[in-house]
Design a protein around this ligand. Sequence first.
Ligand SMILES: NCc1[nH]cc(CCC(=O)O)c1CC(=O)O
Length: 312
Amino acid sequence: MTQTTNIVRIATRKSALALWQAEFVKAQLEHYHPGILVELVPMSTQGDIILDTPLAKIGGKGLFVKELEQAMLEGLADMAVHSMKDMPVEFPEGLTLHTICEREDPRDAFVSNNFANIDELPQGAIVGTSSLRRQCQIRASRPDLKIHDLRGNVNTRLAKLDSGQYDAIILAAAGLIRLEMKDRIRAYIEPEVSLPANGQGAVGIECRTDDEAIKALLAPLEHSETRIRVNAERAMNRHLEGGCQVPIGAYALVNGDQVHLRGLVGAIDGSEILRDEVSGHVNDAEKLGVELAKMLLAQGADRILAEVYRDA
Ligand SMILES: NCc1[nH]cc(CCC(=O)O)c1CC(=O)O
C-alpha cells in the first residue's frame, strides 16, 4: 500500500472495458475487506494512443501495460488490472501477476446487424478483425470472406460495424458481456471453429512482488481453476515466444484433476493451420503447455511463425 495514505490505488487503462474490470476488482476488494479505501488511477498507454496502425505492425510486447507497470514501480499505484490476453508472457523485475480472477466466457463472438452467423455471410462479405488469430481461423473455414482491419476499443469497433463498414465483426464475448452488450452477440464461435487466445476472458492483477500487504488483500480474489487454465495456455505461448499479436490460439479446460489443453498455430492467410492437444494432471499445467508447444514446433510452427514475423 502507498505508505503515506491508506488508500489502495488501482492503475487501469481508460477504455470502458478496462474501467469495468478495475471497478470489478475495487468492488471485490470492498466486499472482502469492509472499510477499505480503493481508488482508480486511469492511464493512457501506447496501445491506446496509436490507433491508426494495425497492432501486429506496431509489435512490441506489452503495448497496453508498460505505463501501468511504471506507475506501480514508482509507487503511484499499488496494483494494475489487466485483461490476461493482453499481458506479455514475462513480467518486469519487481512485479508479479499475483491474482487471476474467475474467467468470463472465453469464446469469440460473431457480431453483425444483418447476419446470424458466419455460415450465413454471403460470398465475399467483409469481416472486421485485427487479430491474426481470428483472421487465420476465419480464412481457413471461409476463404471467400474479406478480412478488414478493425482497431479501437469495443465501443469504437461496434460503431464502425454500425456505420456499415463491415458485414460482421469478431470480438471477445467476455468484453461484450461485461459491458452489458450481450445482446449484440449473434453467435458464439465454438473453440473448434475459433480457438480463443491464451487468457481470453480472464482478468489478472499485477502488483509489486514485495508488497505483502497488497498480496494479502488480493488473496480472496484468486480463482484456482482459472489460474490452472491460464497457466497452461500462457506456458504454450511463452515456449512459442508468441506475444499477443500472433496467429496462435491456446485454450485449456479443467475437469477434476485433469487439464486438457488445445493449441493452434496458423498462417495468416489460413492456408495452413497446425493443431494439437495434450492432457494431464493440473499440477503439470505449465509442463503441458511447453509439451504442446514442442508438439506444434515439431509440426512446423516455427516456420509458420517466422513467416508471420517477416511479413508483419
Ligand atoms: N485485444 C483487446 C482485448 N483485450 C481483452 C478483450 C476482451 C476481454 C477479454 O479477453 O478478457 C479485448 C477485446 C476483444 O478481443 O474483443
